[in-house]
Each structure stands twice: as structure tokens, then as C-alpha cells.
Design a protein around this ligand. Structure first.
Ligand SMILES: [Zn+2]
Length: 396
């Protein structure tokens, strides 16, 4: 990704929370609205609420509007839906459940990203149900989440072929639409994958690109390496970084397939994590190893020296206190090792940092500098000549 031409920084906070969740950042990226924490496909007019009962009567109208398929000031429509309406092909590809926070903001509208599966306490159609009813806006939908989506599939009215195996993925007919669900939950981590049966992010992305090859009017595709985040949430840096390498491999593959004279490629993160590399490790030493130089000096001069520790650290930690120090190399190099953090907690929280944006292709130069995350959406709309940019000079 570092070979892309232009770089910038995006500010990721939600309108009400300093450190964002993935649904609010997906809203900013894909619909151009900075929104309330943990809401999907709605604007900041809609608050995060646990259930319908907590809504004052006068605020319930937005749910009716969503249920009736209207698009008003509460509903955030994603760039994929907008592009499909203008005759472009669209693809949503993720390694998470398709009903998870980031993908959900692309097709669903819910004030609570956690209502993935239909249940008694839904106050809107569940996110899984909305995926099936809004599938018509997407030519390709690839990811996991059969447990949530399976019960809704008999409601599918669009002409998508539903596929669920790697074999089917590798033999797609180029002209048809596909809903590919390749796991019950998230797709397995790269470190845990069965390469015979589990598709990789690279394979799903190539399949989507091939489907678009002969379409003259262009396409919009979102590819999410969604499990990088999950590895970090679990203090499992091996998994997160292996996923990150695969994400980078996917970018390399995309760059080989597209013509940058006519295709805008943007690479970014929805948000940061509290993952850091610290402690003065020697150059060319394993990133999963100990902070050798830091330790050498601490051992000698610091009376509080607690023992050896890893370069990789998190803000929060699931690891037991006694396992944070003096772990042998073979232990810290295990793929399931829990890297330590300062505060004990069930899982690791996101970070509030600005995130980098890398871009090449038409209008990519507009992504230089530091800006709100929602600005990335505006640049994509401008580059695609959608809505108010239809008559821009480069669109004639
Ligand atoms: Zn997360």
C-alpha cells in the first residue's frame, strides 16, 4: 500500500464519543456522515439506543421512514447504493460476518449495530434481514455470517445466486450476481484457515474483479480486511498482523488488475487500535520478540525492573499479570499468544488516533492533508461524478 501516490490522515471520532466504533466510522467513509457511536446507516439525528421502548414517541418516526424505504434526513445512503442506482456495478467483500458493523453500514439502517440477527427485541428489520432485502443494490456480496443470514434467505427476491463454498467461488459465471456466504460467523483467521475450503480475502477480491471486467460503466467495490481488528481486540497480535499482511497482498493484487488512469484506489482504516510497538528492539529482530535494548538498560539501572517484556504492547490486556513478563521466545511466537497491556479488561478497545489514507488514480491528489473521515466519501463521489458532481468539468 505504501506504493500508492498520495497520503493523508483522517480523523475518526464519532459525534458523541472520542474513540469510535466501526459502524460510525463506516457511516463516515461510505455515506459521508459523521454519526453517533454504534449506529449503522443512519445520520447523527439518530441516537444509539438499546431497544424500541427507550425511544420517546415523537422520535420513532425515523424507524417508520426506514421501514417504508424512504430516504430522509435520518437515513444515510451508502456510496454503493448511490452508484448502483447510476448503473455502476457494486461489490461488498469482507472477511467478517456480512452483518458485522462495517459492512452493515453499507446496506442497512439501524440505530444499534448489534441487532444483526432477527429476534424478538428488534425495532427495525434485523441487519441480516435488511441485507437480504437490499441485496439488489449489490452485484457481489462476499463474506461470512450464514448463522445470521441463513434464516432470511427465503426472503431473497433479487436474482442473486447464493454460494457457500470455495469451489463455487473459484468457478463463478462472470455475468451473474452472487451472494457468497463462506462461514457461519466470521471467516477464519489466516493463521487458522483450511486453504482447501476457506477462501482468502485475495481470492474473494479477484473473483469480484473478474465479474466486473466487461462492465463498461464502471464499478465501486469495498474490500474489508475486517479481522485485523478482531486480532487486536483479543491481544492476538500474530493474528492481527498476519491478517494485515493478507490485506496488503490483496491491495497488491488489486493494483495488478486495475488501470489507475481510470480507477481510484483508496486504502485506509476505519479506526485505530491501542496496539503499539515500543521498548527499543534491535533492528531486524522479530517484532514478536522481546524489547532487548530497553531491557538491558532497565535491568542495570532501574530498581523496579520486572523482567523481560515484549515489544508489542496494548492499552488493555486479557493476559494474566504473571504472564506479562519473562515469557520464553517460543511462547511469545505462538500464534495464539496474548500480548500484554496495562489495564486488565475482557478485550482491547479501539484507539482514537487519526488513521492514514493512501490513494492513487483519478482525484487521489485531493486526499492529501488531514481531514474528517467523511471527506473521503466526498472525494469518491466527486471522482465517480455522482449526484451534485454530475456536471463537474471532469465528468463531461
Ligand atoms: Zn473493533
Amino acid at each position: 500500500m505504501e506504493s500508492l501516490d498520495w497520503t493523508g490522515m483522517a480523523k475518526t471520532y464519532s459525534v458523541d464519543v472520542q474513540t469510535p466504533d466501526s459502524a460510525s466510522t463506516a457511516n463516515a467513509l461510505f455515506s459521508g456522515f459523521k454519526t453517533t457511536w454504534s449506529t449503522a446507516g443512519v445520520t447523527a439525528k439518530v441516537d444509539f439506543r438499546q431497544n424500541c421502548e427507550s425511544f420517546p414517541e415523537e422520535e420513532k418516526s425515523w424507524q417508520n421512514e426506514i421501514n417504508e424505504g424512504k430516504s430522509d434526513e435520518s437515513v444515510a445512503e451508502s456510496i454503493l447504493v448511490k452508484a448502483k442506482k447510476q448503473g455502476k456495478k457494486t461489490a461488498l467483500v469482507t472477511s467478517t460476518r456480512l452483518t458485522h458493523a462495517t459492512p452493515s453500514a453499507v446496506y442497512a439502517h439501524y440505530s444499534d449495530r448489534w441487532h444483526e440477527k432477527s429476534g424478538d427485541d428488534d425495532f427495525c428489520p434485523s441487519i441480516a434481514r435488511q441485507l437480504v432485502s437490499n441485496a439488489r443494490f449489490f452485484d457481489i456480496i462476499f463474506g461470512g455470517g450464514m448463522k445470521n443470514i441463513g434464516p432470511e434467505l427465503d426472503r431473497l427476491s433479487s436474482p442473486h445466486k447464493v454460494i457457500s463454498t470455495k469451489e463455487e467461488l473459484m468457478t463463478l459465471n462472470k455475468t451473474e450476481s452472487y451472494l457468497g456466504i463462506f462461514a457461519d460467523g466470521h471467516l477464519p483467521y489466516k493463521t487458522d484457515r483450511d486453504p482447501e475450503s476457506d477462501p482468502s480475502l485475495v481470492e474473494m477480491t479477484i473473483a469480484a474483479l473478474k465479474n466486473f471486467e466487461s462492465h463498461e460503466d464502471g464499478y465501486v467495490m469495498i474490500v474489508e480486511g475486517g479481522r485485523i481488528d478482531h486480532g487486536h481486540h483479543a491481544n492476538q497480535a500474530h493474528k492481527a498482523l498476519e491478517e494485515f499482511v493478507e490485506f496488503d497482498d490483496t491491495i497488491e493484487t488489486v493494483l495488478k488488475h486495475v488501470n489507475l488512469d481510470e480507477t481510484l484506489v483508496i486504502v485506509t482504516a476505519d479506526h485505530s487500535h491501542s496496539f503499539t510497538i515500543t521498548g527499543y528492539g534491535a533492528r531486524n529482530s522479530s517484532v514478536f520478540g522481546d524489547a532487548t535494548i530497553s531491557m538491558k538498560y532497565s535491568e542495570k539501572y532501574d530498581p523496579r525492573y520486572p523482567g523481560s517484556f515484549t515489544k508489542i504492547q496494548y492499552a488493555q490486556s486479557k493476559a494474566k499479570e504473571e504472564l506479562k513478563y519473562n515469557q520464553p521466545q517460543e511462547v511469545t511466537h505462538d500464534k495464539d499468544y496474548l500480548f500484554p497491556g496495562s489495564v486488565s479488561k475482557r478485550d482491547v478497545d479501539h484507539g482514537a488516533d487519526d488513521v492514514p489514507v493512501y490513494a492513487s488514480g483519478p482525484m487521489s491528489h485531493l486526499l492529501v492533508g488531514t481531514y474528517e473521515q467523511s471527506y473521503i466519501f466526498t472525494v469518491m463521489m466527486f471522482s465517480l461524478c455522482l449526484e451534485e458532481f454530475e456536471s463537474a468539468p471532469h465528468c463531461q
